[in-house]
Design a protein around this ligand. Structure first.
Ligand code: FNR
Length: 192
């Protein structure tokens, strides 16, 4: 069956470089035969995780929506900004909410278990957000996500994209496409 991939950036910023990058990856995954749903974490309106709030009110609508989306997709494409050498609070907050149970009988970490992820980053800086990817890979692996070995950090991101949203540098484009295509291929194999 057609692999289904949920794609998002760990930034809510309107002109986010990571949002641009996720569109490049999404297009490459579609070209490889996957069905891709791109979401903007801003639309989920997730509050900052608070265990007292969760105990009092359960999961907020945005967290339920994210868990629903994860349940109906087998793969994840994530483009992560680097904030102070780690992933953004927005991304970690979304991961934390999705790691919680919607109902008491839901198995632990069921939103993540068995998912396959391709990760990438973009930053105006010289390292492209690579240090954040080290943390993101570790976190996802610890919650039972299979993270593809391929990854890519786009440095000087403010100069990397053309008007039409594509990456100017062919090698960079190929590295992002490689992550997306690998993900589609691995999901296809797991599905068969
Ligand atoms: C940053 N930025 C940044 N960049 C980087 O390469 N390494 C870093 O450690 C940090 N740290 C950092 C902390 C905070 C609080 C902010 C707001 C920013 C710069 C960051 O890469 C830049 O703002 C990007 O544009 C963020 O990604 P989006 O929103 O363009 O996807």
């Amino acid at each position: 069956s057609t692999p289904k991939i949920l794609a998002f950036a760990g930034s809510t910023r309107t002109d986010s470089f990571n949002k641009k990058l996720i569109h490049v990856a999404a297009n490459a995954a579609r070209a490889a035969g996957a069905e891709v749903t791109v979401i903007d974490l801003r639309d989920l309106e997730l509050p900052l995780y608070d265990q007292d709030d969760e105990e009092a009110h359960g999961l907020p609508p945005g967290a339920l929506r994210l868990k629903e989306l994860m349940a109906t997709h087998d793969g994840l494409l994530i483009s992560s900004p680097e904030y102070n050498s780690s992933l953004s609070a927005v991304l970690k907050n979304a991961i934390d909410w999705a790691s919680r149970k919607a109902t008491p009988d839901e198995p632990a970490l069921s939103s993540f278990t068995g998912k396959v992820a391709g990760i990438m980053s973009a930053s105006p800086g010289g390292l492209g957000g690579l240090r954040g990817l080290v943390h993101l890979r570790s976190i996802l692996s610890n919650i039972k996500v299979l993270v593809l070995p391929q990854q890519m950090a786009i440095s000087a991101a403010h100069k990397a994209f053309s008007e039409d949203g594509s990456l100017k540098d062919t090698k960079q484009h190929e590295a992002i496409a490689e992550i997306a295509v690998r993900l589609a291929v691995v999901l296809q194999k797991l599905n068969s």
